[in-house]
Write a protein that binds this ligand. Sequence first.
Ligand SMILES: NC(=O)C1=CN([C@@H]2O[C@H](COP(=O)(O)OP(=O)(O)OC[C@H]3O[C@@H](n4cnc5c(N)ncnc54)[C@H](OP(=O)(O)O)[C@@H]3O)[C@@H](O)[C@H]2O)C=CC1
Ligand SMILES: O=C1OC[C@@H](O)[C@H](O)[C@H]1O
Length: 368
Amino acid sequence: MSFELNWGVIGPGRIASTFINDLLHSHDTLRKDVTSKKIRHKLVAIASSSSVERARKFKEDSINEASDDGIKCYGSYNEIFNDPKVDILYIATPNLNHYQLCFDALSHGKNVLMEKPFTINYKQAEILAKLAKDKHLFLMEAYWTKFLPVYREVYDLLFSHDKSPIGEIKRVVSDLSFTFPRDDPGMERIYDPSLGGGVTLDIGIYSMYWPLGFLDKDCQLTFPDIAASANMADTGVDISTAVILKYNENNTLGIATCSGFFDNHSHGVVINGTKGRIEVDDSCVPSEYWVYDEKNEPLIHKRFNYNGRGMFFEADHVADCLARGLKESPLHTLSHTIRMAKILDTVRKQVGTIYPESLESTETSKTK
Ligand SMILES: NC(=O)C1=CN([C@@H]2O[C@H](COP(=O)(O)OP(=O)(O)OC[C@H]3O[C@@H](n4cnc5c(N)ncnc54)[C@H](OP(=O)(O)O)[C@@H]3O)[C@@H](O)[C@H]2O)C=CC1
Ligand SMILES: O=C1OC[C@@H](O)[C@H](O)[C@H]1O
């Protein structure tokens, strides 16, 4: 029996277009549940807050005709919350309204895949997690990196065997940096504090998730000591940031950096152990990893190629969770999301990225 998941999209912009293209049009053989027809994804509705024409344009641009089985287009977000055909909403708006939209979606009984950063702050993240639990709905932060084959294999190498090939993990160093041109209109969401800008919430989250995921994988350790510092943009948000996370219980260090000043072409992640190290090419979209022993001898080198961006790994995982009746991903739990939200709050406080009170608020109003 095939499980069909009916998706609705809120925020028909850049990343939503990539996600939908992956979801519907990638037939990669690594998508075992899709190629075997165990799960089937369907897009049933798209909502734009600007106009119904914008939703229609998104449909025309992102979806081939074969996938258009009567997709509804709405000119307001509120309408999609009330569409009974929608099983799960993928919310892909800029950071500023993540909390409000997710709150409304859950309140209307919809499961949610919420783009990163999950919320503006920790308090909002906690409220959403509790709401999903109270309403028995599925909720996951769209930290898609965690579902890519490189992340999964490295994780399994380190934690699913009797012996890790690099001994005890002692340090994780990671970076994610891109050139974010100050005057490019598409960069508004990075520079504008009223849109929840700053590199910490935009890309720092990717580099910080490696230390969190590998040094405190089950979020069981005491919250780490954090020291953060940043270069600031003239708009008052951080644009190049360094964070140290010190875990006292297992005596480990995470060093996570991110910058909007340059593209980092060097390896994005190094996991140092007592008997070797693992390097990963990129902290956001990893496609390759290397394992070395303590004498710097190469042990493993593996590269993955697939068709599409790879956001389908996350989407297929979500479908599998829903098919199994799960309300939370076992791989990317809400504890991870809430822990990360607390780390992000701490970093922002230390570096001085301040948002308007309206963004930080946990009060909700009705979405139009
Ligand atoms: N997983 C990943 O790899 C990536 C994730 N992201 C995340 O996805 C989210 C969206 O990013 P991106 O797609 O680049 O965003 P866009 O700037 O393309 O905006 C997405 C859509 O959000 C809607 N929107 C709602 N409110 C606003 C507002 N106040 N200002 C502007 N647009 C608004 C607009 O659609 P309409 O008006 O029609 O409703 C817009 O098209 C961000 O939170 C970002 O962090 C971004 C890039 C990559
Ligand atoms: O999530 C993201 O990943 C890729 C970056 O280019 C983008 O700014 C960010 O939002």
